[in-house]
Unconditional design. Structure first.
Length: 93
């Protein structure tokens, strides 16, 4: 709470950054890997996670849980859920 500046190495143990890369090139490689992993996910799921995180930042836990329930119920109506269920069923057979 001192307001002082500190670097990524010091921020890492506090969870303020998820990783520290040894070089700019390594950081760019890791960032692109993460971007590819996110891009490979369901767009509905990615949008939902971002929306819920942003909402939760400015609301109480109870409000955020209620919002999450409402959001999730709406997303269950998407075509992706049916496609995902069919893909899962075909893998198990």
């Amino acid at each position: 709470f001192s307001g002082r500046n500190f670097g990524a190495v010091e921020a890492l143990p506090f969870g303020l950054v998820s990783r520290v890369c040894p070089s700019r090139e390594d950081m760019l490689k890791d960032a692109l890997e993460l971007a590819r992993a996110i891009a490979a996910k369901s767009p509905v799921a990615v949008l939902g996670a971002k929306t819920l995180l942003n909402y939760s930042r400015d609301h109480t836990v109870d409000e955020s849980l209620e919002f999450a329930i409402t959001w999730n119920q709406g997303m269950l109506q998407s075509r992706e859920v049916a496609a995902s269920a069919m893909a899962t069923m075909s893998k198990s057979q």
